[in-house]
Design a protein around this ligand. Sequence first.
Ligand code: ZN
Length: 351
Amino acid sequence: MPERSRVSLHSRGVCRRFFVGIVSSTEIIICGGFNVHAIGIDIGGTKIAGAVVDDEGEILAEDRVPSPAGDSKAIEDAVVDMVVRLRKQHDICGVGVAAAGFIDAAQSTVYYAPNLSWRNEPFQAELAARLTMPIVIENDANAAGWAEFRYGAGRLASDMVMLTIGTGVGGAIVANDALYRGGFGTAAELGHIRLIPGGLPCGCGANGCLEQYGSGRALQRLANELADAGGIGRELAERRAWTGELSGTDLSELIQSGDGGALTALRRLGGYIGQGCATLSAVLDPQLFVIGGGVAQAGDLLLDPIRAAYLENLPARGFHPEPEFAIAELVNDAGVVGAADLARIAADRSA
Ligand SMILES: [Zn+2]
């Protein structure tokens, strides 16, 4: 991929109205007169995180409160209070709110949010009525993927796929320098592409989804299977007997200590994820896959089997340029940074 300076990132849409010229291959953009600070809010199942973020993706102020999950009015009140607190210290151009669930293509209505009991909630309009500034709503995995594209592992790519390997598998697609939301706004549910026909039942109602084979929960299942089988899984079985169950922390410790059973479980997990990436390549042809989430802390121990399985399963392999595989860089802040940036872009477009 060509080397691009941080300055040229602004040409992706944020400040293009202030374009003043080209010096060699680097575009010089001036954002004078336009307020480039935005607030990003990430509504999780247990907490609501918010931040004022500048146009370099740097966090200038942060706030965090417990999430009143299940009470939509209380969530709305908490978001409004947080915005009021954060904007006291900073002039801001807009607010981006990220939440798990299906958001419509207009970034305004939450069709469905599994953790928050929202069904067709007109959240953007509700917030806009109480906060006199531009508001956008975004799926949390999309917001995190956008942050990686703008400021993290994907900043040199134009086409990128992000897979977040947490309890489940989240996804985001950037195609031709833009977040791909689909016709109804619910694209990039990448954890629910079918990997194994007739495979394990998934919470989404289908069978054999990538999430059942490539998630943190799947890693625990694979580790338990190895523990049950004995042999290379002996350490896993001993740890399980000691702690009662194989937690993510147990597996992380055993992976870092080089335990053969834990590493085998991780390799199998990576193998499934790599198969999924090969399928995604046939559709989207990204230059880069970014792997995020807690399991991605394993670094190359996870990326190596992903890359190997990808190459084994790639249609027309040998004739397809090989994309890069990278670990996400923004980790905990990606949701708020991405949501803020999407708000800044929307504010700029509407100005
Ligand atoms: Zn599914």
